[in-house]
Design a protein around this ligand. Structure first.
Ligand SMILES: [Zn+2]
Length: 244
């Protein structure tokens, strides 16, 4: 159910019965010394594809760059400015809206995107009152945070978390890189911080996490919980005022 693997008559046919589109969005940024740089977009993309398949809803190509300024002191990270990200989201949504989509369900994998996504939504809705928009950030779903608490307690942390590292190991076991036990510093004294200051405060890139607790099996459990919770939010969103 991916737009990228359809031709336009397929999409036109889909739009005769449905108007919903799932858009995965993440980032390209460091995730500590053992986490994947693509974590946030890879997880959002995999969840979006599963949720799309399960519910017969098309999935747009992933927005793989996000607002990651604070990670730029680590090699491999790339960032969009908040205003660029707002414009990218607005242009992508209004393009799809022009050819018939009207309900957009964003599956987000990165905290730094949230304020820009919300700003973009406000901007779009001002000029396009018929568009419906919903943001679902998978790692903030209570079903997911409850299970993470059981698996990792306080050591889940805030960036390069045990949970997201586990999910990437479930999805990409060949990329699994172990790490020595130990909780990364998490001084909650100032935020936001720029890239150089971030590297001083969080020297190996993690924030308060101990990903030695991560396993692919825990990742599988978290992924399935997230998939179920996202399907629940998607169906509620689509049921709100008529057909999907
Ligand atoms: Zn992340």
């Amino acid at each position: 159910m991916q737009v990228a693997h359809k031709n336009w008559p397929h999409v036109e046919q889909y739009l005769r019965h449905k108007s919903a589109l799932i858009i995965p969005i993440g980032s390209t940024e460091q995730h500590g010394p053992n986490g994947l740089i693509g974590t946030d977009h890879l997880v959002a993309e995999s969840l979006a594809r599963k949720v799309g398949e399960e519910n017969g809803i098309l999935v747009a190509p992933t927005l793989a760059y996000g607002m990651s300024h604070h990670h730029l002191a680590f090699p491999g990270s790339a960032s969009l400015s908040p205003d660029t990200l707002i414009r990218v989201i607005r242009d992508v949504v209004t393009s799809f809206a022009r050819n018939g989509f009207s309900r957009f369900f964003f599956i987000n994998g990165h905290g730094g995107n949230v304020s820009s996504i919300q700003a973009a939504f406000s901007d779009i809705l001002l000029d396009h009152p018929k568009i419906r928009l919903q943001l679902a950030s998978w790692w903030l779903l209570p079903e997911v945070t409850e299970q993470e608490k059981i698996f990792f307690g306080q050591e889940n942390g805030h960036h390069a978390t045990c949970g997201e590292v586990s999910v990437t190991w479930h999805l990409y076991p060949e990329d699994e890189t172990p790490i020595k036990p130990g909780v990364a510093p998490d001084p909650e004294t100032e935020w936001p911080v720029g890239p150089d200051r971030y590297r001083v405060l969080f020297p190996d890139g993690r924030m308060g996490s101990n990903p030695s607790l991560s396993t692919g099996e825990k990742g599988r459990v978290l992924f399935e919980i997230a998939q179920k919770a996202l399907t629940d939010r998607l169906l509620k969103f689509l049921a709100r005022d008529g057909s999907s």
